[in-house]
Design a binder for this molecule. Structure first.
Ligand code: XMP
Ligand code: MG
Length: 182
């Protein structure tokens, strides 16, 4: 039987390492937002696994919401065109919004999202990303919370996909080149 793990060339972050990174981020966020009105905004679908772990390591009361945008489609490169597929339910007025992303790459998707949410006049807005690929940045955007910096390689697992697959891998790794049809 074909297993997902057969397609992985190298594991970059084990389940244990990810848990460590995320709980550290949760502790810092809990401290920073203890007297605030925190709203975690998860950008679907990539951040869903990170979000579910992060929110449980935040010890202050918080609200959650989800937004889905299209960026990469089924490929590996950003198009620069961002479309809202699912908008937030919550009105941002009065909230200290923390946008939760899986990975900050070119920054195009997030700079668009931040501008859009800023226009809805939250009390504050900041950005939290599990992974940061600073080498690939094309727009001037920096995350307020970064789990870890990653090399310029396409990674999958823990929510991150290749062609909508591998999101359910509990660790993060690099695919074998033949998986891309290369
Ligand atoms: P930009 O370039 O706008 O893109 O910062 C951010 C989005 O691109 C996706 N992305 C990846 N997805 N492995 C993935 O599975 C990667 O290495 C990777 N790099 C970027 C991701 O959806 C992110 O939200
Ligand atoms: Mg993707």
């Amino acid at each position: 039987m074909h297993q997902m793990t057969d397609d992985i060339q190298e594991v970059l972050f084990s389940e244990e390492r990810l848990a460590e990174i995320v709980s550290k981020m949760g502790a810092k966020i809990s401290e920073d937002y203890k007297d605030k009105n925190l709203l975690l905004v998860s950008i679907l679908k990539g951040s869903v696994v990170f979000m579910s772990d992060l929110m449980r390591s935040v010890t202050t009361p918080c609200s959650i919401d989800f937004m889905a945008v299209s960026s990469y489609g089924s490929g590996m490169k950003t198009s620069g065109v961002v479309k809202i597929i699912k908008d937030l339910d919550i009105n941002l007025k009065g909230y200290d919004v923390l946008v939760v992303e899986d990975i900050l790459d070119s920054g195009l998707t997030l700079s668009y999202i931040l501008e859009l949410l800023q226009a809805r006049e939250p009390k504050s807005i900041r950005l939290c990303t599990l992974f940061d690929k600073p080498d690939r940045r094309t727009v001037g955007i920096k995350a307020d919370y970064v789990g870890t910096v990653v090399p310029d390689e396409f990674i999958v697992g823990y929510g991150l996909d290749y062609d909508e697959k591998y999101r359910n891998l509990p660790f993060v790794g690099i695919l074998k080149p033949e998986v891309y049809g290369g």
